[in-house]
Design a protein around this ligand. Sequence first.
Ligand SMILES: *Cc1c(COP(=O)(O)O)cnc(C)c1O
Length: 224
Amino acid sequence: MDITTRLNDINNRIANGLKAGQRENEEVLLVAVTKNQDVTSIQKVIDNGIIHIGENRVQELIKKYDEIKGAKWHFIGYLQRNKVKYIIDKVYMIHSLDRLPLAKEINKQAAKLNRIMPVLVQINIAKEATKSGLAYEEAVEFIEGLKDYPYLRVMGLMTIAPLVDNPEKVRPYFKQMKALFDQLKGKNFPHTDIKYLSMGMTNDYEVAISEGSNLVRVGRAIFT
Ligand SMILES: *Cc1c(COP(=O)(O)O)cnc(C)c1O
């Protein structure tokens, strides 16, 4: 199968997920996760109209950034403070804000460019020791505290569900994330514009969408 066929298949499954969640009139943003993929394959995805591209490593993003035209870059991996300065002028959104010192650094670097940086707050929904992200219970207070960083704009939440054999097993986590997302919207904090619920990867994006995700980060289903 080529990339075009696989993207069609993914679009069908996105539609199925929306239908299952009775959200037929809503939209889902597909971010193609291109870690370990070469420039030619990434360019094919962009030529197919998928311009939102996700990378989880700073070095790799910077290298590809210069070679690829027409992409909107999403940073989706763990972000070290000392690397923020390398991506601040390149990325459309950072999905992995998970601690105050990082917020402070993003704010500082964004201020230098006089740019307001869109960010998502990462939640470790299953409280896995191996994953970064805030606990569910800490999220609202953390986000409220981000008002002290005027060069950030909180656009929503991101999570990575546990890897399981059957994606139905993680449905309860997606439900919890949707509830938190709605709670945050209701708070209407002025420094936020709660729009994106970034959840769902190759193994579980259809289930995630049926529970309310509107941004999925898909790698393997596109490239392998
Ligand atoms: C790799 C990665 C993805 C994509 O995972 P696939 O299983 O290849 O779809 C999504 N989000 C993050 C944070 C990743 O690192």
